[in-house]
Ligand binder design. Sequence first.
Ligand code: PMP
Length: 338
Amino acid sequence: MSIHPDLSSAVGGTPLLRLRHASRLTGCDILAKAEFLNPGGSIKDRTALGLLLDAERSGELRRGGTIVEGTAGNTGIGLALIGASRGYQSVIFMPDTQSREKIDALRVAGAEVRLVPAVPFKDPRHYVHIARAHAGQLNATAAGSAWFANQFDNTANRDWHENTTGPEIWAQAGGKVDGFVCAAGTGGTLAGIGRALKARNPAVKIALSDPAGSALANYINRGELLAEGGSISEGIGSSRVTENFRDAPVDLAWSIPDQESVPLLHQLLHEEGWCVGGSSGVNLAGAIRLARELGPGHTIVTILADAGTRYQAKLFNPAFLRDKGIPVPEWLDQAFPG
Ligand code: PMP
């Protein structure tokens, strides 16, 4: 018998999938961790749980308290759902550029959602600074009533991936992993899994697939935090080195344009039935690049971070895609004529 007593215990333990097209294309085994199957629909359920358990243990989050976070959406959804199941309220600050589907999912999950303008991190109105200040205000009024989750710089995020996601991948692949690649938002996934895999085999190559518009690929390749272009992907890319990203053991990095990543996720849906979001397309593009770098016969692992339905109005909208200069497959045009 295997029965999960609550939502927290149903986080993680996701299947490892073999991606047929990418494997055939490269002569490698391209494997992907199906993180969109987590209860809140994304890999960030793990982050939310890891941060929350750490805060309960340290006493920072007290019984009946309020969780406060700044997030592109998925971490907030994870925190709100896990929070609800453990008796906490959530207040989520989010840039107003994120998908309507994620905002609605947060509200449905019971979070108080506060949308703020998307401004650079150095601006004090940035959603992360506003979230931190809000938690500070709540604590000034009632000491210990609020906890700021701080996913970008709280390394309990990375540690949770190092202790759960990484070991799951190693065990599911039977220890045959030659490379791992994914994008970074907070960097928790890449750094945590990278550290776990390198600890088991230092020869495993760890790569960053960075969306256009992010500064991290240039930071790895040239030591310069320089961003060029832009991307429709959400939740990934960064203009700064977070505490979670700082010690990530990254061997290779590429900047991936939407024109490369989005067609891959369209194809994955149409030919293999997996409906995933924009960051997963960037990860898949990175997996194909890493496979080409290592050559045929290798095993490459990546992440399918969340579901495509969370971005329906963008990723599967021919007019939106055309406007962004992204190719529209014939079947998608036929599905939404006019
Ligand atoms: N993909 C999606 C869809 C996300 O929401 C996020 C996190 N914002 C990531 C990838 C990046 O994960 P991490 O924060 O662990 O770098």
